[in-house]
Design a protein around this ligand. Structure first.
Ligand code: BJW
Length: 260
């Protein structure tokens, strides 16, 4: 059965508009990547303060790295799902498109998105705690836990832990995109972790339309202009098809305006 969307949702996806997509862990759930909160969430089985904080790493880098190595194993096997692919296609279709993801799994990049900010970092990057140098490391499992830099110091995952500041450049870029956007599409996030949880509120203050796609209701659901309940891997491809059908070939694809 064809999925129905309100006319305001379709109208909001005008190709001339500035669109920002903001994603969270629910985006990758259908790729088999565990979310954090909720029934099957990671925080149900592990204590965040024991694993995703600088003090946890200081106290027990081996434990923290074992957890990250396990997650890298799951993510390494995962493939972008139809929701990721739909968002990658949106980047092709909309000239003013940006993606901000809280996900560290790299699946948006693998799906083909290039105009993206990985605001909580990337699990496939490691950082020397002494020199601050970042490099990619796709080995899985890691041959040595905890891994070490050539300088002898510990390497850590290049992700943002609780109590740590987000990268200032990324945050500045994200704030600007949020302030300037006409539409914010928020997908698969529980919208509780700051500062990202404030982005939809900021977007609304700036006059943007906020549309949420989530399997379950969240604190954002009542604030959003539209809250579409369902799985990202089903809603986003359907939404994309609807937009393409509604607009015909009027999108400026790859710089070519195909309007008759
Ligand atoms: C589906 C689906 C399907 C499922 N389809 N949907 C102000 C007030 C209070 C506290 C703070 C504050 N400012 C800062 C803080 C402290 C803290 C914070 O926010 N705490 C709150 C929890 C209260 N924030 C920070 O520490 C941040 N730093 C900071 O602000 O620095 C300045 C500062 C520091 C200290 C004090 C004051 C200022 C840093 C936050 C870093 C978050 N890091 C993590 C780990 C990253 C690395 C890793 O992966 O290991 O990031 S925590 C974890 O949560 C991860 C995620 O990116 C993040 C958000 O989770 P997300 O993506 O929303 O996932 P879930 O699981 O929560 O939700 C999944 C959703 O999907 C659900 O809604 C499902 O329904 C849905 N779903 N299947 C569609 N198929």
């Amino acid at each position: 059965m064809a999925m129905e969307f309100s006319t305001s949702v379709i109208a909001a996806l005008d190709p001339a508009k500035k669109i920002v997509v903001l994603t969270g862990a629910g985006m990758s759930a259908e790729s088999g990547v565990p979310t954090f909160r909720g029934e099957d969430g990671l925080w149900r089985r592990y204590r965040a303060e024991e694993l995703a904080t600088p003090s946890a790493f200081q106290a027990n880098p081996t434990l923290v790295w074992e957890w990250y190595d396990w997650r890298r194993g799951i993510i390494g096997e995962a493939e972008p799902n139809p929701g990721h692919l739909a968002i990658a296609e949106m980047e092709e279709l909309f000239p003013h498109f940006s993606l901000i993801t809280q996900n560290v799994d790299g699946l948006h990049r693998r799906a083909g998105n290039t105009r993206l900010i990985e605001i909580h970092g990337n699990l496939w990057q490691v950082r020397c705690v002494r020199e601050g140098r970042v490099h990619e490391d796709y080995r899985c499992p890691l041959p040595e836990i905890p891994p070490r830099c050539a300088c002898g110091a510990l390497l850590r995952p290049h992700v943002v832990w609780f109590g740590e500041s987000l990268d200032e450049r990324d945050l500045t870029r994200a704030y600007r995109l949020i302030e300037e956007c006409d539409l914010l599409l928020v997908v698969g996030t529980s919208a509780v972790v700051q500062p990202v949880a404030s982005f939809p509120i900021m977007a609304k203050h700036g006059g943007a339309l906020v549309i949420e796609v989530n399997r379950d209701p969240t604190p954002l659901s009542s604030l959003a202009d539209e809250s579409i309940q369902g799985k990202a891997g089903e809603i986003l491809p359907a939404l994309l098809e609807k937009i393409k059908g509604h607009r015909g070939l009027s999108y400026p694809i790859h710089g070519l305006n195909l309007d008759p």
